[in-house]
Design a protein around this ligand. Structure first.
Ligand code: GRF
Length: 214
């Protein structure tokens, strides 16, 4: 046993956040390792990225299945690979209590907006259309709601005059690639605790909660 915290990643799409997590956990000094990547889409780029990194890649279809049955299959697969934590990275399914009870306060999500503003789909476009001056992303613990749950960290990026919804989305995504690995490290180092819906991070000297590459 390596003694590293085993994390399962669930992803439905291209998987650039997954890639950032793979790259960050590749080093032997990482306190976390990605034990398995699971997707509900057989053709997800995320599965190809996992295979390229020699990480087990599992496809579990959600089609023609009750939600709880799908969730049970996810839980079985994650347990089979000994996962202690789960990171959602562009996973397009809502999880039921069947799943959340198996990993209480141990499921992370990244959302491309400064929650609680702009939950749901197309968040960067929602923010752009609303004319915000500062946008960003949020890493939070997952509960039964849609993009709710205790906030762990947020990264902000400016909206600039030349932006379109697309360029803003790309800037947010680049920042996500820094934010998510940072939070995964905190989690694996046991620096996160939750009380009454508020997260504390015990990371002296590492309180850079706001990132900007613009
Ligand atoms: C990201 O914008 C993330 O915030 C959201 O889904 C998108 C996933 O992108 N939850 P990728 O597949 O990681 O490139």
């Amino acid at each position: 046993m390596s003694g590293r915290v085993r994390v399962g990643v669930l992803a439905s799409g291209g998987g650039t956040n997954l890639q950032a997590l793979i790259d960050a956990t590749r080093s032997p000094s990482s306190p976390a390792e990605i034990a398995v990547v699971i997707s509900n889409r057989r053709d997800a780029g995320a599965l190809a990225r996992a295979r390229a990194a020699d990480i087990p890649a599992v496809w579990i279809s959600h089609r023609k299945k009750e939600r709880f049955l799908f969730d049970q299959e996810l839980v079985c697969a994650l347990q089979e690979y000994g996962c202690e934590w789960v990171a959602l990275a562009g996973f397009m399914r809502i999880l039921t209590p069947v799943f959340l009870d198996a990993f209480p306060s141990r499921v992370l999500n990244i959302h491309p907006a400064l929650l609680p503003a702009f939950p749901g789909m197309h968040a960067p476009k929602q923010a752009f259309d609303a004319g915000v001056r500062v946008a960003g992303a949020t890493v939070h613990l997952v509960d039964a709601g849609m993009d709710t749950g205790p906030i762990i960290a947020q990264g902000a990026v400016p909206v600039v005059a030349e932006d379109t919804a697309d360029t803003l989305q790309q800037r947010i995504l680049r920042m996500e690639h820094q934010l998510y690995p940072m939070v995964l490290r905190w989690v694996a180092e046991g620096r996160i605790s939750v009380e009454k819906g508020h997260v504390s991070v015990d990371a002296p000297g590492e309180q850079q909660w706001v990132w900007s590459d613009a």
